[in-house]
Design a protein around this ligand. Structure first.
Ligand code: SF4
Length: 484
């Protein structure tokens, strides 16, 4: 069907420009709907006027992505999986990053401590907050009461969405019964259990995972579940390790995504998940290798899955502070893969205060490329320096390229100095420019009426630079002599 145009969307709207949706016009609503900044439900006219029901239904179908988005959990930490429109990020963007769920066994004595640790875990990187998205409670006990109790305890200590994982439908549904109001993801509906699990999912409006290592059987399961009335399905073609199985696992995920997104096969049109945690049940880990060598294999599989936009992953490693490296690898990779290629990575130009600068604090100058400004800020903070950071509009381009391309020039810096009243904040006229912009120093001294010193090439050297080379009184003496 392809992506609809704003005009196709506009044709189905009321066109009254009533502004109830917070947009000035219906046309503005059309473009925002296309960008998923609003939903059809935000148009009061379409939702409340019975005469517009047909148009509303048409619009909902028109903007629905070929891979359905599924919500797991409730509240602030609920997560949305799937909902993608393209196979490759550069074709548009990915909308919902891979959800990372960590498995905990239902007989784990540290269940509460681990769940709390995972819920509170926050990694800040380049201005983003990276977090775990959910917990997969795995039935190891084989006991319905134990599973039910563990699900309850988990829900009481953690706001994270829960996946209940048990191949025995009686035990699975016993666990789900006690926490169904939290919209857990049911794992799994198989060839043997789909009807029983499917009916429970319909009655309680819950998402479920359909599982089979045979793609034809998985598609048939999806068709049967939809016919039964299940709306929210996640597909798992199973994760397998061992010789040749990495390629097989990769291929199955790609086939499901191609069928959903390119072929618009309604049986495949759902999020796809992977279970790197399966490593620990498929591979003999008592082979004399170090623990990390096994964990590494699991994380490699997770990274491969993430790189092909697998909607949800279940990991075994990463549940303790000692295993944070595993999560860092997966979360930082995810941050790169799921950044929006249409948005230039820039920050606002301006003068930023770092720490508690006073009127003799240094003024560092940098570009407004996001991945330059943020590391420089972090390095200044890390060096315990109170400073001003002048961020110049270099059109979102890094220092080296912007100096070459003329976006980070003496004129642009001088203009920013004036625009942001930089020298009104201090009793000196010293600017510290990046080492990579050293050739601008002469021209900048003239254009900004400043004493310009060249800082380190890499901001990691700022601490050392401040200790060894920052001599404001001496610099100002030279500046005054130059002026005489
Ligand atoms: S609420 Fe609906 S009719 Fe009113 S401006 Fe928004 S899109 Fe148009």
């Amino acid at each position: 069907m392809g992506r609809p145009s704003p005009l196709e969307i506009y044709a189905l709207l009321d066109k009254s420009n009533c502004q109830d949706c917070g947009r000035d016009t219906c046309m503005a609503f059309s473009t925002d709907l296309l960008e998923r900044k609003v939903t059809v439900q935000d148009c009061t006219h379409l939702m409340q006027d019975p005469k517009q029901a047909t148009k509303r239904d048409k619009l909902i179908a028109l903007v629905a992505p070929p891979q359905k988005a599924i919500i797991v959990g409730v509240g602030d930490r609920k997560c949305i999986v799937g909902g993608e429109e393209v196979l490759n990020r550069h074709q548009l963007t990915y909308y919902n990053e891979t959800a990372i769920f960590i498995e905990i066994a239902d007989d784990d004595p540290d269940l509460e401590t681990t769940a709390k640790y995972l819920s509170d875990l926050v990694v800040e990187r380049m201005g983003d907050v990276l977090r775990v998205n959910g917990i997969a409670l795995r039935c190891v006990s084989g006991d319905a009461e134990q599973f039910k109790l563990a699900a309850k305890r988990l829900s009481e200590v953690s706001p994270l969405p829960i996946m209940l994982a048990c191949m025995n439908p009686e035990i699975l549904l016993a666990g789900a019964e006690g926490i169904k109001q939290l919209r857990p993801l049911l794992y799994a509906a198989t060839k043997a259990s789909w009807e029983q699990v499917g009916k429970f999912a319909i009655q309680n409006n819950l998402p479920l995972v359909a599982v089979s290592n045979n793609l034809d059987e998985l598609m048939s399961l999806s068709a049967s579940l939809q016919k039964l009335g299940v709306k929210d399905i996640v597909l798992d073609a199973m994760t397998v390790f061992g010789p040749g199985n990495l390629a097989l696992t990769y291929d199955n995920i790609m086939q499901l995504r191609v069928a959903a997104i390119d072929k618009e096969d309604t049986n495949a049109g759902f999020p796809v998940m992977g279970v790197p945690a399966a490593y620990w049940s498929q591979v003999d880990t008592n082979d004399g290798k170090e623990l990390w060598e096994h964990q590494y294999q699991e994380i490699i599989m997770a990274a491969i899955m993430e790189s092909i936009d697998t909607s949800l992953l279940v990991l075994h490693s990463g549940k303790t502070k000692e295993e944070i490296w595993a999560l860092l690898a997966i979360m930082t990779l995810r941050q790169s893969i799921f950044s929006d290629p249409r948005i230039y990575p820039s920050v606002d130009a301006g003068i930023y205060e770092i720490g508690e600068p006073n009127d003799m604090s240094p003024i560092f100058v940098t570009s407004n490329y996001r991945l330059t400004k943020i590391p420089v800020e972090i390095d200044i903070k890390g060096a315990n320096v109170n400073a001003y950071l002048l961020v110049v509009d270099s059109e979102g381009i890094g220092i080296e390229s912007a100096v070459a391309g003329g976006q980070f020039s003496a004129g642009a810096i001088a203009e920013a100095v004036k625009e942001f009243g930089v020298f009104d904040k201090v009793k000196h006229r010293i600017l510290i420019i990046p080492g990579m912009a050293a050739r601008l120093s002469g021209a900048l001294e003239d254009e900004a009426d400043a004493y310009v010193v060249v800082g380190p090439r890499d901001s990691s050297g700022i601490g050392k630079y401040m200790k060894e080379q920052w001599k404001p009184e001496e610099f100002m003496k030279i500046y005054k002599e130059m002026k005489e």
